[in-house]
Each structure stands twice: as structure tokens, then as C-alpha cells.
Design a binder for this molecule. Structure first.
Ligand code: GLN
Length: 485
């Protein structure tokens, strides 16, 4: 085994035992990046020099016996998190040269825990997409099949973890952008409860839906990262002052007698037969572990996509109004007056998908249409949330496929936004309801593409979710394969 192939907890054990150094781990990860990054293209910006210097500093602390939750561990950051003094593009031309004057809270917390940052990973422009193809900086490839997409919008983070170009990564999830790429790349991805992780310094897409979460190689690493990033932040008004348990304490416990809801609306026509078979196997695994699976109904499921594609663009068009060429990043020099400068900056700075969202959002919020679209969507969102509240009176967790299909080919859905939007059909409801969800690998297709199973729990039940996911992981014994790169 190479160092870059290990998990956070395995590396921490070796660091504690004095068997390796952060310098060696970091050099191993960058050696891997040098070997495969040209094919995968997971990163927008690499931070090699600061990472190696950070590793030396971590080793000095370890020698003094100061070892924190992530001391010396190489972690990648989606390029949506502000990093002080380090370019933060959000996958967009309009922020191509934006250098934030401060760190996002999650970056601060990882830094304080001793993490070493490998770089900023590729993503769909402003996190709008499901394939990482809308990035201004080119397409990231799925490490399991370079002809295919890694999922999105956090495709760079998922691909970097799957290809061992970092030990773990952070992403953001507005409608599935952590869980969907995690499933398609064969790694673990968690979207926490709305309010669990501070979004201070996260570039906003849709503020009532955005959450930050980890990409890891296993469930234990996911708990380790959650211990670091979760918690109240006085600088973020939606972060909740709810106590953070030690998530590791939930691992390795059983799930006997747990009731698992299988929503009938999530097993319908259109789901790939190999994906369905893998998820049905996962149902048998949790039954084998002593849980009881029951059919439940989430009757408003069919409205989720429509509601999301009103709410998310409406909030996005408002959040993106600030990119006018004055304060941030790119400015077109072609305008003769202020108004023309605004127009030319936005015309040249945003890509097609972002413009489509701005137009949809502006329309949905415009006077005369607000009641028919935005207000109606918000009302239906309340019904979707109520479906989950009711379901969780009958079951402890819900089990669904994470995605309807395995990774699709590069270019296959770029001309058909509806097909692209359907990639998130099973993940969007979680964001609308604000509940936590995790995707865990549950097998491979005959062609060798990874498949993910999604588990959902009630608000602030991340501990129980991780307990369930770790029990599943232990009983499923999914074969440990590595992509051939
Ligand atoms: N694919 C969805 C979208 O395009 C979700 C993206 C996300 O979660 N950031 O909006």
C-alpha cells in the first residue's frame, strides 16, 4: 500500500506511532497527483508549496506531541470555499482572478485541526450542474472510466478522493452535489443538516439549500471530518447552536431493530436495472444486520424537481447579482459607461448554464409571477418537508438509490438540461427538507462503474446516520477496488 491510498484514521495511527511523517504523506499524495492529474483533472489550483511547508510544520508539532484531529493530513477543498490569499474561482470566468481576503469557517477549522491543503478542486460553475462540465476550467474525468463524468457539482473533490489525489475533501451540496458525485466515483459523501456546518466563506448558490460536507474513503473518516467542521458559528446567521456530539462514538454499534423506510416513489421506471439491483442488495444487507425494512410513502416526491428548479434559480439570481465587475474578479473593459460595463462583464463572465438559471430565477421572482411560481414552490416545499416529518414517525432512517444511473459519458447530457437535472432526482428532496443524507458505495455495475446507496435521517441525526452507514459498510463488505489509472 502507498501512503496516498490510506484513510485519515490509518494515517493518524501511523503518525501517532511515529511510523511516518506528514512530509512523507504529502509527498506521496503529490507524487500521485503528478502521475494521474493530467488524465483526471480534478484540480483547478494546486497548492504544492504551501502544502509541503504545512506538512513540515505539522511534523514539528507531532514531534512535540501535539497531534490534533487532522494533523498533517492532506485534504482538498472545492473551489467554492474562500481561502485567504488563494485564488477562489467557483468554476467561473467571472471569479478567475478573485483572491479572497479571508478564510471560510470550514477552512479555518480544518487548518486549526492541523490539515494540509492540497489545492482547490474543479466544480460546475457556481455549483450549477451535475457533471462538472459547466466549469470554465474544463471537464474533470471519472477515475473509473475517463470517458465518463465524475458527477457534479463537486466532481473535482469526488474524483480527487477516488483517484487518491488527496486523502479526503470538502464539497458543497445544494441539490445533490456531494452525494451524487460521491456515488458516481465510489466514495462516501455526506450532506449535513441545514444549519449544522457554517457556510461563512462559502460562495452562495441557493442560500436556503446550500450545505457543506465531506468526501471520504470510508464512514469513519466522514465522522472525523464532521467532528471538525460541524458546529455553531456566530458569523453565520443560519448556523444552529446545537451541541455537536463526538460522531466517532456512533461507529461500530449495531442497528438491530432499527426501522428502515423504503420510499416506494424512489423505485420507479427510469432507474437503471443495475443500480436498482445494487440498492436492493443493500436492503438485504441491512436486513441481515438486524434492521427491519418497511415500505413508506413520500407522496410529494414527484414535485421535488419542479420546486427545486424554481427555488434554487430564484435564490441564485439574487446571490449572483453582486458579480457586476466592480468588486470581484473579472471586469469587461469594453463598456463605454457603467451600465454597459455591467452588461458586458456579466455576458462574458458567466457561462450558459448560469445565465439560464439567472433568467429562470428572475422570471420566477418577477412581479405578477412571484405568487404563481416562487410562492407556490415554497408552499409545496412545506408539503415535501412534511412528508419526511411523517415518515420519520414510522422509521429511523430512509434508504434510497443515490442516483438513477451510473456515471454517464462526457457530453451525453450537455445539450439536454432536463436530462441533466434528472441526475439529482433522488437527492434534491433532502435539501428541500433540510435533513442530512449520506451516500455510501454499494457495488459496481458489470462495466465496473460504482453505484451508491443513500441513507437519510431526521434533522441533526448525523450521529445515527453515521452509525447506520458504518453498520452497512461493515456488513456489506463491498469489494475494495481501485480505479485503474
Ligand atoms: N445539480 C443540481 C443543480 O444543478 C444540484 C447542484 C448542487 O447541489 N450544487 O442545481
Amino acid at each position: 500500500m502507498e501512503l496516498y491510498q490510506l484513510t485519515i484514521h490509518e494515517l493518524l495511527d501511523r503518525l501517532r506511532a511515529g511510523e511516518t511523517t506528514s512530509a512523507a504523506i504529502t509527498a506521496s499524495v503529490f507524487g500521485r497527483i503528478d502521475a494521474v492529474e493530467e488524465e483526471v483533472r480534478a484540480y483547478i489550483t494546486l497548492m504544492r508549496e504551501t502544502a509541503l511547508a504545512g506538512a513540515e510544520a505539522a511534523d514539528r508539532r507531532i514531534r512535540k506531541g501535539e497531534i490534533g484531529a487532522l494533523t498533517g493530513i492532506p485534504i482538498a477543498l472545492k473551489d467554492i470555499f474562500c481561502t485567504q490569499g488563494g485564488r477562489t474561482t467557483c468554476g467561473s470566468r467571472i471569479l478567475e482572478s478573485f483572491i479572497p481576503p479571508y478564510d471560510a469557517t470550514v477552512v479555518e477549522r480544518l487548518r486549526a485541526a492541523g490539515a494540509v491543503f492540497t489545492g482547490k478542486t474543479n466544480m460546475d460553475e457556481f455549483a450549477m450542474g451535475s457533471s462538472t462540465e459547466t466549469s470554465f476550467f474544463g471537464v474533470t474525468r471519472n477515475p473509473w472510466d475517463l470517458e465518463r463524468i465524475p458527477g457534479g457539482s463537486s466532481g473535482g473533490s469526488a474524483a480527487a478522493v477516488a483517484a487518491d489525489e488527496c486523502i479526503a475533501a470538502l464539497g458543497s451540496d445544494t441539490g445533490g452535489s456531494i452525494r451524487q458525485p460521491a456515488a458516481l466515483c465510489g466514495v462516501v459523501g455526506l450532506k449535513p443538516t441545514y444549519g449544522r456546518v457554517s457556510r461563512f466563506g462559502l460562495i452562495a448558490f441557493a442560500s436556503s439549500l446550500d450545505q457543506i460536507g465531506p468526501f471520504t474513503k470510508d464512514v469513519e473518516d466522514c465522522a472525523i471530518l464532521m467532528n471538525v467542521i460541524a458546529g455553531y458559528d456566530p458569523r453565520e446567521s443560519t448556523s444552529v447552536p446545537e451541541e455537536v456530539p463526538d460522531y466517532r462514538r456512533f461507529l461500530g454499534k449495531g442497528i438491530e431493530g432499527w426501522r428502515v423506510g423504503i420510499p416506494k416513489e424512489y423505485f420507479v421506471a427510469g432507474i437503471d436495472p443495475e443500480v436498482e439491483a445494487a440498492v436492493r442488495r443493500a436492503i438485504r444487507v441491512v436486513e441481515g444486520a438486524g434492521a427491519e425494512c418497511i415500505e413508506i410513502s413520500l407522496p410529494h416526491t414527484e414535485y421535488c424537481l419542479a420546486v427545486y428548479y424554481i427555488v434554487a434559480p430564484a435564490e441564485a439570481c439574487s446571490n449572483l447579482a453582486r458579480y457586476d465587475g466592480v468588486k470581484y474578479g473579472f471586469r469587461s473593459e469594453a463598456g463605454r459607461d457603467l451600465l454597459e460595463m455591467y452588461k458586458k462583464t456579466r455576458a462574458a463572465g458567466f457561462g450558459a448554464e448560469v445565465k439560464r438559471r439567472i433568467m429562470i430565477g428572475t422570471y420566477a421572482l418577477s412581479s405578477g409571477y412571484y405568487d404563481a411560481y416562487y410562492k407556490k414552490a415554497s408552499q409545496v416545499r412545506g408539503l415535501i418537508k412534511r412528508d419526511f416529518d411523517e415518515a420519520f414517525t414510522k422509521c429511523d432512517v430512509i434508504l434510497t438509490p443515490t442516483t438513477p444511473t451510473p456515471a454517464f459519458r462526457v457530453g451525453e447530457r450537455t445539450d439536454d438540461p432536463m436530462q441533466m437535472y434528472l441526475s439529482d432526482i433522488f437527492t434534491i428532496s433532502t435539501n428541500l427538507a433540510g435533513i442530512p443524507g449520506i451516500s455510501v458505495p454499494c457495488g459496481f455495475t458489470a462495466a465496473g462503474l460504482p453505484v451508491g446507496v443513500q441513507f437519510l435521517a431526521g434533522h441533526f441525526q448525523e450521529g445515527r446516520l453515521l452509525q447506520f452507514a458504518s453498520a452497512y459498510e461493515k456488513h456489506a463488505q463491498i469489494e475494495k477496488r481501485r480505479p485503474k489509472l
